[in-house]
Design a protein around this ligand. Structure first.
Ligand code: GLU
Length: 241
C-alpha cells in the first residue's frame, strides 16, 4: 500500500504534498520524502520513520518555494527503511526525481545493466533503477515519452510519479496493477494513489485504467496508454466526506 502524490498548480507544493501524505498515512509506511521542482531546479528531502521526521528535516533545512512537487510514503520491500532508501530517488545526472509504490520484479538485471554503463547507485531499492533509466531517457526526449520508453522495460507492479529538473511545469505518472487517480482542479491538478490525498482541493477525479500514463500541468491533463495511443478514462465526482 503506502502513498503517492504529485501536484502542479499555484499553491505551495510542499504544503500540498505534505498534507496529502498525511491523509495517506492510514495506508501504513516506514519513511517519507518529497521532491520540489522550480525555476532553480530540483530539490529533495527524505527521512526514515514518521512524516513528522520529514517535517522536522524540512524545518531545519528548508527547500526553495515551488509550485510543482511529488511526495511518497514508503513501505520497504527492497532495502531497509533508511534515509538513503526512502524515495524520491534522483538519477545520477540529476535530471529526474522519482517515487514508486510497488515492486519492480526485474530490477536486478536492469541494475546490472546500468552498473555496466557506469551508473552509481545510492540505494538498495528496486525503485532506483526506474529513476536511473528515466534520467538517461530524458536526455533526448520529454518526460512523458521517457516514461513510455521506461515502463516498457519494467516487470511487476507500480505506481510511478516523476519530475524533470528542467521542466517545472509537468508531473508525469504511470500505473500497472497499482492505484493512481487524477485530481482535476482549477489552475491546478493532482495525481495520487487515493482521492483522500487531494479531497481538500478538488472533488473532480479521473480514474486511470491499467497500463496508462498521465501528464499533468496546471491547466492540462493528458492520458495515454503504454503503447502511445490516446487513452479512454472515466471522470467522476467524489461525493463522500
Ligand atoms: N519496492 C519499493 C521499495 O522498497 C517501493 C515500496 C513501496 O511500495 O513503498 O523502495
Amino acid at each position: 500500500m503506502c502513498g503517492i502524490i504529485g501536484y502542479v498548480g499555484a499553491k505551495s507544493a510542499q504544503h500540498v504534498v505534505i498534507e496529502g501524505l498525511r491523509r495517506l498515512e492510514y495506508r501504513g509506511y516506514d519513511s517519507a520524502g518529497i521532491a520540489l521542482v522550480g525555476a532553480d531546479g530540483l530539490h529533495t528531502s527524505k527521512k526514515a520513520g514518521k512524516l513528522s521526521n520529514l517535517e522536522n528535516e524540512l524545518a531545519a533545512h528548508a527547500l526553495p518555494e515551488a509550485t510543482t512537487g511529488i511526495g511518497h510514503t514508503r513501505w520497504a520491500t527492497h532495502g531497509g527503511p533508511t534515509d538513503e532508501n526512502a524515495h524520491p530517488h534522483v538519477s545520477a545526472n540529476g535530471r529526474v526525481a522519482l517515487v514508486h509504490n510497488g515492486i519492480v520484479e526485474n530490477f536486478a538485471e536492469l541494475r546490472n545493466e546500468l552498473i555496466g554503463q557506469g551508473v552509481k547507485f545510492n540505494s538498495e531499492t528496486d525503485s532506483e533503477v526506474v529513476a536511473q533509466l528515466l534520467g538517461k531517457a530524458v536526455e533526448n526526449k520529454n518526460l512523458l515519452d521517457a516514461m513510455r520508453e521506461v515502463v516498457a522495460r519494467l516487470e511487476g507492479t507500480f505506481t510511478l510519479v516523476a519530475v524533470d529538473a528542467t521542466d517545472p511545469k509537468h508531473v508525469v505518472a504511470a500505473r500497472r496493477n497499482s492505484p493512481l487517480v487524477v485530481g482535476v482542479g482549477k489552475g491546478e491538478n493532482f495525481v495520487a494513489s487515493d482521492v483522500a490525498a487531494f479531497i481538500e482541493h478538488t472533488r473532480e477525479a479521473i480514474e486511470l485504467g491499467q497500463d496508462q500514463i498521465v501528464q499533468i500541468s496546471a491547466d492540462e491533463i493528458k492520458v495515454i496508454n503504454f503503447d502511445g495511443t490516446d487513452a479512454e478514462t472515466r471522470s467522476y465526482h467524489v461525493d463522500w466526506d
